[in-house]
Write a protein that binds this ligand. Structure first.
Ligand code: NAI
Ligand code: MG
Length: 353
């Protein structure tokens, strides 16, 4: 069926444009001929801020809203004060478009060596690490519900209040159950800190139990976040789907990325699963100013983010082909040194062939 997709692309700063170019190369190789991607590029990020002082003008926000999806490279450089682009652009997009599901797959591909490889090998040849973290994206301590008094004095007071709503928790928990139910192992682990954060934790736990009654096929588990960090580094294969709040999710997904082969491979999606707003897909890494312009950036995380995007757009076959091409490329990668575009070319060739 002929179809057209309106895609907004924000290449951003540093290696952002370099990896996005390869992501789009693979996208074009993967999508069937009757699906037309109409691409509009948006110049947002550190370069624009330096030039104009703007982070995300309202007119641009409204234009972005009219798209089917957004692909983002990376934003930021050392010359921008901390928080300006995080709050003024990245978090603003997340809140404006109600990106309540932050999706981060963590899969150790054959051929990729984990920093805990020796431990994993002890568990035998069939041991697999393949899980997905569903992180709440619009609540918790990230809502900007805080302030400071007597700032800069020895008596300064600072608050950063975590906001947890039954509505916000329920929708992300239900999404996590759905994802678990669609996977082979059908296992969902709630990660929180219910023993200390009793109010927020109690709400999360009760909703987790109640929504679970709708998914009798899903096995459930609960871990305190500190215990979860231990298992992520000793037995990550025990996880299938993890659901957790915004802050815990931010931290454990970086750990999960490190365990499964590092920042060059970690993909993510910021989803409004209701479909009312465009979802946004991006590699987990930043703009890597230390290697920008050298051709050393690994575009694989962006390519895998494109696959997540195609899956979200229900172009499932194209998404699977990209994942298979990445898996095949990684399996043969070994120690060879290839440039950003050589890796993109190789994956695109496998997708097309
Ligand atoms: P970073 O992820 O940019 O870099 C950390 C280290 O990983 C660097 O040594 C870099 O060379 C390496 N690296 C990152 N991506 C790579 C890739 N694709 N291939 C090979 N090596 C890669 O994090 P850092 O240095 O803390 O931040 C740099 C800038 O990026 C900052 O301005 C920061 O605010 C911004 N940033 C933006 C994010 C976003 O746009 N969502 C996320 C994280 C950081
Ligand atoms: Mg992070």
């Amino acid at each position: 069926m002929a179809r057209s997709v309106n895609l907004a692309v924000i290449p951003g700063d540093g290696i952002g444009p370099e990896v996005v170019a390869e992501g789009l190369k693979v996208l074009h190789a993967a999508v069937p001929g009757d699906v037309k991607f109409e691409i509009t590029e948006y110049d947002l990020g550190a370069r624009r801020w330096h030039r104009t002082g703007e982070t995300l003008p309202d007119t641009v926000l409204e234009e972005l809203r009219g798209h089917d999806a957004i692909l983002l490279g990376a934003i930021g450089d050392p010359g921008v004060p901390s928080g300006v682009l995080e709050r003024g652009l990245l978090l603003k997009l997340r809140f404006a478009f109600d990106h309540h599901v932050n999706l981060r797959p963590a899969r150790l591909y054959p051929g990729v060596t984990s920093p805990i490889q020796a431990r994993l090998d002890e568990r035998g040849p069939d041991y697999r690490v393949d899980f997905v973290v569903v992180r709440e994206g619009t609540e918790g301590p990230y809502v900007g519900n805080g302030g400071s008094l007597r700032t800069g004095t020895p008596h300064e007071i600072a608050t950063e209040v975590s906001v947890n709503t039954a509505y916000g928790i329920e929708r992300v928990v239900r999404d996590a159950y759905r994802r678990a139910s669609a996977r082979e192992r059908k296992k969902l682990t709630l990660v929180h800190k219910t023993n200390v954060l009793v109010h927020a934790g109690g709400l999360w736990y009760r909703i987790f139990q109640r929504v679970g009654e709708e998914f009798p096929d899903v096995t459930t588990d609960y871990l305190h976040v500190d215990a979860a960090t231990i298992f992520l580094t000793t037995d990550p294969g025990r996880f299938d789907v993890i659901v957790t709040d915004n802050l815990f999710g931010d931290i454990i997904t970086d750990l999960a990325a490190a365990v499964t082969g590092g920042i060059g491979l970690a993909a993510s999606g910021n989803l409004d699963v209701s479909g009312a707003n465009p979802s946004m897909f991006e590699p987990v890494h930043g703009s890597a100013p230390d290697i920008a312009g050298t051709g050393k950036a690994d575009p694989t995380a962006t390519v895998l983010s494109v696959a997540l995007m195609l899956e979200h757009l229900e172009l499932t076959d194209a998404a699977r082909r990209i994942e298979a091409a990445v898996a095949a490329d990684l399996a043969e990668r070994g120690g060879q040194q290839r440039s950003t575009s050589q890796i993109g070319d190789a994956i695109a060739a496998r997708v097309a062939g």
